[in-house]
Design a protein around this ligand. Structure first.
Ligand SMILES: Cc1cc2nc3c(=O)[nH]c(=O)nc-3n(C[C@H](O)[C@H](O)[C@H](O)COP(=O)(O)O)c2cc1C
Length: 386
């Protein structure tokens, strides 16, 4: 399984969710929340979560359900839990627990991106009041509380201890940066009783073996969660199921481009290009050998639009997505201002060029991630104007 073929989701205010992503921010933001406000989930929050749950169920064969406004299973140290995910699946699925961890954590991180609090719960709930959610032949693995948190969120690191990279792996001293980043993402993974009973070994020529190091009730759920975190930290790849399963990192691609904007007394406009494939985006393209990111952005804008530009690299946003299975692509966007040249669309790749005011541009761009970068650029412009 992998985020490149399973897809991982982010939810945005701009376009209809879900949209594929590999954004790592949510791993840092997520902590377990045990106190919630009575406020119910909004229709949009429910709808967004249901869509993602449906997707995960179809991909995994699991039966994950979102139960709303039902406080019955939770007492004690869990306050005001009214909504929860129930993780069930075919009792005969040998990877049931691990799949619940891997797919469940995708939902948990998406909920985090939506500003919701979450908490995986394996022990401290009343299982009997969840049994009605099981279909024939299914087994209940665990649940996760979810809702508007009553605690003011603190940064992740100070709130709990975590295993060191040394405890989580061998062969890390001379390892490539992506392996260390993947382990740092594993350090952020939630685990039952905070045991973090997982171990990752970098094998010769790049694959990684992921193993569970204890055999407690939720060890395999923990492994599934840790594998997802590892994969996100490694910027994509493909895991085999099971303890001892092998990870192969996705091929990494990189492009650079810019949000080009011009301002005159009548207002600010953004340059969009429509690719021959039909989608509207910003000028960008592959980094060539020996080029800096800024040089690539300058060259690509010139090739695609005929315009020379001044690149402002104080604005630098990275969009990551999977263009096809087994490949992850980082696109670096700067801001740019036209300085000259003769505007024309590059024939081989571009169908149309256009300058649009912000409100129109944000509606026209095809990808959610582009709309978000545009929003950041506009925000910066507005702040400068104040
Ligand atoms: C599979 C699993 C089961 C868990 N069960 C419980 C539970 O029964 N009660 C609880 O309060 N927390 C539970 N947790 C939350 C962990 O205690 C928590 O993830 C861990 O202490 C790390 O803290 P953090 O999530 O804030 O990073 C569980 C976590 C996982 C992954």
């Amino acid at each position: 399984m992998s985020i490149t073929d399973e897809k991982f989701f982010r939810f945005s205010r701009h376009k209809t969710p879900p949209a594929p992503i590999s954004n790592k921010k949510e791993m840092k933001k997520r902590i377990s929340h045990r106190r919630y406000l009575p406020q119910p989930l909004s229709d949009t929050e429910r709808d967004t979560l249901e869509k993602l749950i449906d997707h995960c169920n179809r991909r995994s064969g699991l039966h994950i359900s979102l139960i709303c406004n039902r406080p019955e299973p939770f007492t004690g140290h869990l306050t005001n839990v009214r909504n929860y995910l129930v993780f069930t699946g075919q009792a005969g699925d040998v990877h049931l627990e691990e799949k619940c961890g891997y797919y469940g954590e995708q939902i948990i991180l998406a909920a985090t991106a939506m500003g919701l609090g979450t908490c995986w719960i394996g022990g401290t709930y009343d299982k009997n009041s969840c049994l009605s959610h099981l279909s024939k032949g299914e087994r209940l693995v665990c649940v996760a509380a979810l809702g508007h948190s009553a605690s003011t969120s603190s940064p992740h690191s100070p709130h709990r201890s975590t295993k060191s990279i040394r405890e989580l792996s061998v062969n890390h001293e001379d390892a490539p940066a992506w392996f260390t980043e993947a382990l740092a993402a594993v350090q952020l993974a939630p685990s039952s009783m905070n045991r973090q009973g997982v171990f990752f070994e970098l094998l010769p020529n790049g694959p990684v073996r992921g193993t569970v190091t204890d055999s407690e009730a939720f060890s395999m759920v923990d492994l599934g969660i840790a594998k997802l975190h590892f994969e996100l930290g490694a910027n994509g790849g493909d895991w085999d199921w099971g303890s001892g399963g092998i990870f192969r990192r996705a091929i990494q691609e990189k492009s650079c481009g810019a949000i080009v904007r011009r301002t005159d007394p009548s207002g600010t406009e953004y340059l969009l290009i429509r690719h021959n494939g039909g989608h509207w985006s910003f000028p960008k393209g592959h980094v060539e050998a020996g080029e800096s990111e800024e040089q690539t952005a300058y060259r690509e804008i010139l090739e695609e639009t005929g315009l020379t530009t001044e690149i402002d690299s104080s604005f630098r946003q990275i969009v990551t997505y999977s263009p096809k299975n087994g490949v992850m692509k980082d696109v670096i966007f700067f801001l740019a201002r036209p300085t000259g040249g003769t505007e024309h669309a590059q024939e081989e790749e571009i169908a149309q060029l256009g300058w649009f005011p912000y409100a129109e541009a944000v509606r026209i761009v095809t990808f959610t991630t582009d709309a978000e970068v545009l929003e950041l650029a506009e925000e910066l412009e507005r702040k400068k104007g104040l």
